[in-house]
Ligand binder design. Structure first.
Ligand code: ZN
Length: 168
């Protein structure tokens, strides 16, 4: 099966920032014919424009981004959701510079405060992660298993902090 990796808006109101890369089978879900050539386009959410990929299917069936997002999630049901993958990739990246984001004293766990991570992502400009969506999706993480949300004593500051805790 031929697949293609394309960039699409991660959600309806993308604020000109929230793009996500998804891999799709390159066939029209309505008729099974091939999807069209990919070109660069802009998605307008009512206030901001976002650069993303577009295509026109030769069969005439229109792929809506909302349907394409669903298709990508279903296709990756056994894999990591693209937003979760983006989050872990980004977090592992910033932890090299900001190791103090991990408050866990257990080496086999990772514990972070979501607001802290959100701030560091903005400062470090690593990625435009949609934290609103992320909070809903992250307990489904597959590459690192979600354990619990809890207030723990930080190994970094010795103070109590509310953390999301995962197996590392
Ligand atoms: Zn079609």
């Amino acid at each position: 099966m031929k697949t293609k990796r394309v960039t699409i808006p991660a959600c309806e109101e993308h604020c000109g920032q929230m793009a996500v890369n998804v891999e799709l089978e390159w066939k029209c879900p309505a008729c099974g014919g091939p999807r069209g050539e990919v070109y660069q386009t802009l998605s307008f959410d009512g206030s901001r424009r976002l650069g993303c990929d577009g295509w026109v299917n030769p069969c005439g069936h229109v792929d809506k981004y909302s349907a394409v997002r669903k298709e990508a999630v279903e296709r990756q049901a056994v894999e990591e959701h693209p937003l979760i993958k983006q989050f872990w990739d980004s977090l592992i990246h910033v932890l090299k510079t900001y190791p103090a984001l991990n408050h866990s004293k257990h080496p086999e766990e990772i514990a972070f405060n979501m607001n802290e991570v959100n701030k560091v992502f903005l400062v470090a400009q690593v990625a435009h992660v949609n934290f609103y969506e992320l909070r809903k999706l992250l307990p489904e993480s597959k590459s690192r298993r979600f354990l619990r949300k809890a207030t723990i004593k930080s190994i970094q500051t010795n103070r109590s902090i509310h953390c999301w805790i995962f197996e590392d």
